[in-house]
Design a protein around this ligand. Structure first.
Ligand SMILES: NC(=O)c1ccc[n+]([C@@H]2O[C@H](COP(=O)([O-])OP(=O)(O)OC[C@H]3O[C@@H](n4cnc5c(N)ncnc54)[C@H](OP(=O)(O)O)[C@@H]3O)[C@@H](O)[C@H]2O)c1
Length: 309
């Protein structure tokens, strides 16, 4: 596939998106185009993500195939950009290494702003070692903080969408909402779509602070229980599995028995994320939901209502 032509001289408003073929990246591009932004999506040379690439083109994004290991080519692809938005996903080779290449390219090309692929709970408040994937983000962001570029991280808690899939918290079959530790801990949820919409607004905003914190809904497990009951019309109960200390032990055992270190989201990493959330430490505060008018925040119950049946 040939790279699209991009005009590096006149296209000064371009938002450069890395990871645009991904789930979140496609939605960020969609929202950027809704705002009529010029979008240049950097796609891995030789990518076979035809459907995603076609989607990006249909939205009016300029798709540029690049070798992410070629610093000159990568910098050329960034020339004229107002902001580089990263939505890449992976382990060290992506979150630290590829994003470092993107950061260098953005600086070389004179792109003034960088949004890293964070989109998570507030890892700045978590002890290192408590979440492998968030440690990688912390490590990359330490580099970002030293770089002469304006950085903004979007922190959105957990994608609400996970409540109907990967996150074993609302158990529809058993009519239970399970938790560890203290039932009163407040948890931040934002849908992927709302995170993408907000990220697009932040990409177009030249005055963003270092961190933007958002939550479509702040809920404790009682709120989840009530939302599940409301959408199913059936009573749900809370089920406390154990203390956070016991959860920590379970994570260690799971990691030992099923290491899957090369997977981005092995079960033990998802457990680390839940442990972090139930600890209350990464609670997002204050929230920047109201920074951009016109955004609508999807509630937990709306997402639970879309559960597969
Ligand atoms: N808060 C939450 O609950 C939550 C949940 C899920 C995800 N997230 C976060 O959201 C972000 C995006 O996740 P996603 O689910 O949209 O990921 P995804 O669908 O797996 O997409 C990942 C993107 O990264 C690109 N990529 C991967 N490795 C690359 C490399 N070495 N060089 C260049 N590009 C590379 C992929 O390109 P190809 O298409 O070419 O493979 C793709 O565009 C990540 O930071 C992820 O951790 C947060």
């Amino acid at each position: 596939m040939e790279a699209d032509q991009h005009n590096t001289e006149s296209d000064k408003r371009a938002i450069i998106v890395a990871g645009g073929t991904g789930k979140l990246g496609q939605r960020i591009v969609w929202h950027l185009r809704k705002q009529r932004a010029e979008v240049r999506a950097l796609v891995r040379r030789g990518s076979n993500k035809e459907e995603a690439i076609n989607f990006l083109r249909e939205q009016g994004a300029t798709v540029v195939e690049v070798d992410f290991n070629d610093p000159v080519g990568l910098a050329n692809a960034c020339v004229g950009g107002a902001c580089l938005v990263s939505a890449v996903s992976g382990l060290r080779d992506v979150i630290v290494d590829t994003q470092t290449q993107l950061l260098r390219a953005a600086m070389e090309a004179g792109v003034p702003r960088f949004i890293p692929s964070d989109y998570c709970i507030d890892y700045t408040k978590l002890p290192p070692g408590s979440n492998r994937n968030l440690d990688l983000r912390r490590e990359f962001n330490q580099q970002l903080d030293k770089a002469p570029i304006k950085a903004t991280s979007i922190l959105n808690g957990m994608f609400t969408d996970l409540l109907t899939g990967q996150a074993p918290v609302v158990l529809f079959g058993m009519k239970r909402v399970v938790y560890w530790g203290d039932a009163g801990k407040l948890l931040d949820f934002t849908t992927m779509e709302d995170t993408a919409a907000y990220t697009a607004m932040a990409a177009l905003d030249p005055h963003t602070p270092r961190y933007l914190r958002i939550a479509g809904e702040v809920a404790d497990v009682m709120d989840l229980k009530n939302a599940a009951a409301e959408v199913t019309g059936k009573p749900f109960k809370l089920f406390r599995i154990g203390s956070l200390g016991a959860f920590g032990t379970m994570i260690t055992v799971t990691k030992t028995l099923f290491p899957a270190e090369n997977e981005v989201f092995p079960p033990w990493q998802g457990m680390q994320y839940m442990h972090n959330m139930f600890s209350g430490l990464p609670k997002l505060n204050p929230l920047d939901n109201n920074r951009y008018p016109g955004l609508r925040w999807t509630k937990v119950r709306e997402v639970l209502a879309t559960r597969p049946r």
